[in-house]
Design a protein around this ligand. Structure first.
Ligand code: FES
Length: 106
């Protein structure tokens, strides 16, 4: 079991090898955005990896393509940028959520 910590937030979350970072955060009701449900198409779950990048699963073709198109649309790019839905970890990580979900207006 590994731990996800979030830049600027007090919470931390456990994640196992077979759960994406996105799903680990959603299960804990963390306000990360997703429009596609984790299919690497919406790009709303962009994260910047601050520490633990060496523990992350390698990018697959689907993620590489989506990150490339997001960069063309003006989103951040670089070796530290990932889609949380396509990222798994085998060690503790510190990440920044680039698009937090806004609180419900209810
Ligand atoms: S959740 Fe839509 S791209 Fe990851």
């Amino acid at each position: 079991m590994s731990v996800i910590r979030i830049v600027g937030r007090p919470e931390s979350f456990d994640v196992n090898l077979t759960t994406s970072l996105l799903n680990a955060l959603l299960r804990n009701r963390f306000p990360i955005q997703t429009l596609c449900g984790g299919r690497a198409s919406c790009g709303r779950d962009l994260i910047r990896v601050h520490a633990g990048g060496e523990f992350l699963s390698p990018r697959r073709e689907l993620e590489i393509k989506r990150l490339r198109s997001l960069a063309e649309e003006g989103e951040p790019s670089g070796a530290d940028i990932r889609l949380a839905c396509q990222t798994y970890t085998r060690g503790d990580v510190l990440i920044e959520i680039l698009h937090l979900r806004l609180p419900d207006a209810s």
